[in-house]
Design a protein around this ligand. Structure first.
Ligand code: HEC
Length: 155
């Protein structure tokens, strides 16, 4: 019994067990299993990986009107998405946003998540910089690339 306690609860507790054992007090021995049942090492602490993703609508709540797409185009330039993804999304240091290949998908929510939460291989998170509404404008703009609705298409 003594060795089992000292095995699970470590040196400090095992010293305590030794002291009680020497005294032979039944009361002391009864109180110990309570402490030994929850050693500090078994309590989960710290943030849970993957938790805290921003809540968002599954579909873009904004209609892709000309005004929304123009705003998206403006945000794309203002926030220098163009610096990594090319002036018209053709790609650069970051992947093309106008070809048909998507790493994380081109659904509304997938593009939203790429922008809001960032992506592991070099895509910054914008969710703390841009309100949801602006991110949805960027989503609409990106989805308009290579369509007749695209504002300011490349010449
Ligand atoms: C510092 C460079 C950089 C900037 C600035 C940047 N991106 Fe990215 N972006 C990346 C990289 C690199 C990836 C690929 C990440 C990966 O593969 O994990 C990416 C991925 C993406 C994706 C997912 C693409 C796919 O194929 O699924 C989208 C959408 C996107 N970025 C949009 C934007 C928008 C909109 C902005 C501006 C608000 C922006 N990015 C600004 C570097 C950047």
């Amino acid at each position: 019994m003594r060795s089992a306690w000292s095995h699970t609860a470590g040196i400090a507790l095992s010293l305590l067990v030794c002291a009680c054992g020497e005294r032979g007090g039944a009361g002391g021995a009864q109180s110990l299993p309570v402490a030994a049942s929850a050693p500090p090492g078994s309590i989960a602490v710290g943030p849970t990986p993957g938790a805290g993703a921003p809540p968002r609508a599954p579909r873009n709540p904004l209609a892709s009107t000309a005004a929304v797409l123009q705003d998206g185009r403006r945000l794309y330039v203002w926030f220098n998405c163009a610096g990594c993804h090319g002036g018209h999304g053709g790609g650069g240091m970051g992947p093309s946003l106008r070809d048909e290949r998507w790493i994380y998908g081109n659904g509304d929510a997938q593009i939203f998540d790429s922008i809001a939460a960032g992506r592991g291989d070099g895509m910054p998170a914008w969710g703390t910089t841009l309100p949801e509404q602006e991110i949805w404008k960027l989503v609409a703009y990106i989805q308009s690339l290579r369509t007749p609705d695209e504002p300011q298409p490349p010449r």
